[in-house]
Design a protein around this ligand. Structure first.
Ligand code: ARG
Length: 465
């Protein structure tokens, strides 16, 4: 009898009268990218074989043979000497063929009660669960590194901006903690997605389930899934969990991109708030003086490719009728690239956070420009009894006078200030200093240095959980 796999190289099975062309073979094959799923494929197969044996569908002897063969294959893959064949289309058929070479009929029995459709859906979910766990660990490291930097800069004053115009003084620690919050929500989104990823499709078989007395809960338990997918048609066909993951990754990259934009701006000599360690920058092939912040710029650019993958996956799924369609083979490359991009970006940003030198004197000088304490003066007048709108107007006049005189509010004499409101007294100067301004915003979520320290303690407690 001809080996079914040998036949596949010519035609799929006895059902076919001619083989596919080389172009069609290459067009339909996925092995050169889905081989990344190999170890998850083996893990899923072992759990399936264990269940088949426990249910008496295959013998204990067959199961043992399958385990022996798979251990061998795993070693070959890990050593990099497994031979992947385009003729065998994908990771699943490549491994099954090798198993059959190694253990004979037991290998041919492995596919009892399953299909590549539920097999691939299982592999992707196992892969994604591991990827999410890696991303969560790296998000924690990044949040930790930014929190360390925030702690060193709990008292460092910089201008806070709205519309990119100097608005009010803030502390650099407070500014950094804004990103720590964003990345905290990104972690929550990943954790939430993980719950829906962590369901077992295996047992759905091709689309309708199987006639064999399988035990899906047993397989779910072996593989660490929280539950099984409850509808076989849904289990093999939908990729919403991959879309959801890529959406969460897109939001994460959007946050990375915002931070990148600030790092690039802060490092510009025109701003000069920070320096980024040389190992994250490159020079110019023509301009010897240049030191460019390539890493944050590239991260800003890579955000676009992750958004692209999200649109790709949404479009891939759109309009697909139930149940499995080959379209779904196209889910892998965008997913893999999203995972690679996010993991590398998080690694490099964590490292980069410890390579940031803060130029506190430049931050301070910038905060002294642009009347950053004007709101403090208005609040001061309100506390002396003036309605806020009137206080706002009085300070606007004062700022205008400063503009003409080319000085800061804190540099005006008391006499001059009193022209704008007789309520102003000597104690105004405490309010007009940068330190006084930030220290006065002393409530949960405010920029006062002691609130920054309290926020750091809250984040550290979260990270230790
Ligand atoms: N390589 C395929 C994929 O990634 C595996 C499932 C193939 N199933 C099928 N009926 N052709 O989706």
């Amino acid at each position: 009898m001809t080996d079914q796999f040998a036949k596949k190289a010519e035609a799929w099975s006895a059902r076919f009268s001619e083989p596919v062309s080389d172009l069609v073979k290459r067009y339909t094959a996925s092995v050169f990218f889905d081989k990344r799923l190999a170890l998850f494929d083996i893990e899923g197969s072992l759990a399936h074989a264990e269940m088949l044996a426990a249910q008496g569908i295959i013998s204990a002897q067959d199961r043992a043979e399958i385990e022996r063969g798979m251990a061998h294959i795993r070693a070959e893959i890990e050593a990099g000497n497994f031979e992947w064949l385009l003729d065998l289309e994908d990771v699943h058929l490549n491994i099954e063929k090798r198993l059959t070479e190694l253990v004979g009929d037991a290998g041919k029995r492995l596919h009892t009660g399953r299909s590549r459709n539920d097999q691939v859906a299982t592999d992707i979910r196992l892969y994604m669960r591991a990827a999410i766990d890696d991303i969560l660990a790296l998000l924690n490291s990044l949040r930790g590194a930014l929190t360390d930097l925030a702690e060193h800069n709990a008292d460092t004053i910089m201008p806070g901006f709205t519309h990119l115009q100097v608005a009010q003084p803030v502390t650099f620690g407070h500014h950094l903690l804004a990103y720590v919050e964003m990345f905290g929500r990104d972690a929550e989104r990943m954790q939430d997605t993980r719950r829906r990823v962590n369901r077992l499709p295996l047992g759905a078989a091709a689309l309708a389930g199987t006639t064999f007395p399988i035990d899906r809960l047993r397989v779910a338990k072996t593989l660490g899934f929280e539950d099984v997918c409850h509808n076989s048609l849904d289990a093999v066909s939908d990729r919403d969990f991959a879309i959801e993951f890529t959406a969460a990754a897109s939001v994460l990259m959007m946050h990375i991109s915002r931070m990148s934009e600030e790092l690039v701006t802060w490092m510009s000599p025109r701003v000069g708030f920070i320096d980024i360690a040389d190992r994250f920058c490159t020079g110019s092939s023509i301009m010897p003086q240049k030191k460019n912040p390539d890493v944050p710029e590239l991260a800003r650019g890579k955000t676009g490719r992750v958004y692209g993958h999200l649109m790709g996956l949404l479009t891939l799924m759109k309009g697909q009728p139930l149940a499995y369609n080959k379209d779904n083979q196209e889910d892998k490359e965008p997913l893999f690239d999203t995972v690679d991009t996010v993991l590398d970006t998080l690694r490099i940003f964590t490292d980069m956070a410890s390579g940031i030198t803060v130029k506190a004197e430049n931050m301070r000088a910038a905060a002294l420009q642009g009347y950053a304490t004007a709101t403090d003066l208005a609040d001061y007048l309100v506390k002396k009894g003036l309605p806020f709108r009137d206080a706002h107007e009085a300070v606007a006049h004062a700022v205008r006078a400063c503009d003409d005189a080319k000085c800061d509010l804190s540099e005006m004499s008391l006499e001059r200030l009193r022209e704008f409101s007789p309520l102003i007294e000597q104690d105004v100067f405490a309010v007009l200093t940068l330190e006084g301004s930030v220290a006065a915003r002393d409530h949960v979520g405010g920029t006062a240095p002691n609130q920054v320290r309290a926020a750091i303690a809250r984040v550290r407690a979260q990270l230790a959980e």
